[in-house]
Design a protein around this ligand. Structure first.
Ligand SMILES: [Zn+2]
Length: 419
């Protein structure tokens, strides 16, 4: 498991020149890649419109050409040019990924923040110091003695990924040995809701993680901030507001970590619905607040083996027959076609599970494989823990049957509920 730690440093004067030079060639390389893009016209399915998709060169000859160009007049170590080259391509790749999804515009990306990515060949761990080569035979030593994290002894410099250095901080990715217990279940699909995460796996049935405690952090912070905002727009009020949001972030992070740990201890592979927060933001202020309260993304980032699942009809589709139910009311999902009546969050979780496994909607299959797993349910709470793995132990104790009431319209009979 790779974790990134950050530390302040006081070597600004020694690294600023390199940071600025690096930023300059980084952006120059990005612009060169950009100007060599071939734009391919692709027809949009079902419409008489076209999209432009970028294709850019990644071959060694092109890379060598960029390298040689930027090495001219370069006074620092040559490896920095290689690092900038690598970083430029990863910036382009991430721009392209988001552009294809429709989240970015057709504008050349630019690295605005000053940073350098330190290649393994440019740094060495010497006791409590990280030695970084700036120019040939010229080094900067970063003092790591005041760190709050451990650097495992047995893995000296190989245990560190590529550090990132900014004007006042150093970010160290460290490979930590994985000490988690083996997860109990292979795969779970998670439906994200405002106040809970609803998971489903045939092995365990319905797992509900209560995230109200996390939502409360945001709500109470929101109320506090609002009371200050009303009072004044002074500098002091701004400082207080900043303090509140810092606190909110820290508290929320604790909960996110806790929830992610519970998920990690349950399953190896976790599927989440792909939610696009930036698109939801436009709806309304009330909605914005709600979305902010939920910390879907933050949790997902912290879950091992998380995969994103396409979001179409997750809550509107019947997990049993696949019919779309447009008017959803209350907490139960009622299918007008096959008659399935089921908790709507559970229905969504099953839909995601089927999508994760690539299983189409088939009533027979559903009745044989999904139904037997729905006789009981589990209820977990996402509150902070006193003892480690308390929740997981609680999982097997707190069995609360939820569900199930199902009527098969085609057979004109209730579904057999297994015992
Ligand atoms: Zn149905």
């Amino acid at each position: 498991m790779l974790k990134t730690y950050s530390l302040k440093h006081d070597k600004r004067e020694e690294v600023e020149g390199l940071l600025r030079a690096y930023n300059e060639i980084l952006n120059a390389i990005i612009e060169d890649i950009w100007s060599n893009i071939r734009w391919k016209q692709v027809k949009i399915r079902g419409k008489n419109q076209f999209r432009l998709l970028p294709i850019y060169r990644k071959d060694n000859q092109f890379k060598k050409c960029l390298r040689d160009k930027n090495l001219k007049g370069w006074i620092y170590a040559a490896h920095w040019v290689d690092s900038a080259l690598k970083t430029a391509f990863s910036i382009m790749d991430s721009w392209k990924k988001n552009y294809v999804k429709g989240d970015r515009k057709r504008v050349c990306p630019k690295a605005r923040r000053l940073f350098i990515r330190v290649k393994q060949t440019l740094c060495k761990l010497e006791g409590d110091n990280l030695r970084v080569t700036t120019a040939p035979k010229s080094f900067v030593y970063f003092d790591l003695s005041k760190r709050y994290f451990k650097i495992p002894r047995e893995i000296s410099s190989s245990g560190i990924g590529e550090p990132i250095i900014t004007l006042n901080r150093i970010y160290l990715p460290i490979h930590a040995p994985d000490k988690r217990p083996e997860p109990a279940i292979g795969k779970i699909a998670w439906d994200s809701n405002m106040l809970s995460l609803d998971g489903y796996s045939p092995k365990i049935g319905w797992v509900k993680i209560d995230t109200k405690a996390l939502a409360t952090v945001h709500i109470s912070s929101f109320e506090k901030r609002r009371s200050v905002q009303r009072e004044a727009k002074s500098k002091k009020a701004k400082r207080v507001l900043n303090k509140y949001s810092r606190r909110e972030m820290n508290k929320a992070r604790k909960h996110q970590l806790e929830i992610a740990r519970v998920i990690n201890s349950l399953a190896e592979v976790n599927g989440f619905e792909r939610l696009r927060k930036e698109r939801m933001y436009r709806r309304s202020r009330v909605w914005n607040r709600r979305v902010m309260r939920t910390d879907w993304r933050a949790i997902m980032r912290r879950v091992d083996g998380s995969t994103e699942l396409p979001p179409q009809h997750t809550s509107k589709g019947c997990s049993r027959c696949g019919c779309i139910n447009r008017d959803l009311n209350g907490c139960m999902f009622r299918c007008g076609s096959c008659g399935l009546t089921i908790d709507r969050q559970l229905n969504a979780a099953i839909n995601l599970y089927l999508r994760m496994e690539g299983v189409p909607h088939q009533m027979k299959w559903w009745d044989k494989h999904i139904l037997p797993s729905l006789v009981g349910g589990y209820f977990l709470t996402g509150a902070e823990l006193k003892a480690p793995y308390e929740l997981v132990r609680g999982l097997y104790e707190a069995v609360k049957p939820k569900l199930l009431y199902a009527y098969d319209r085609h057979a004109d009979a209730y579904l057999p509920v297994p015992t």
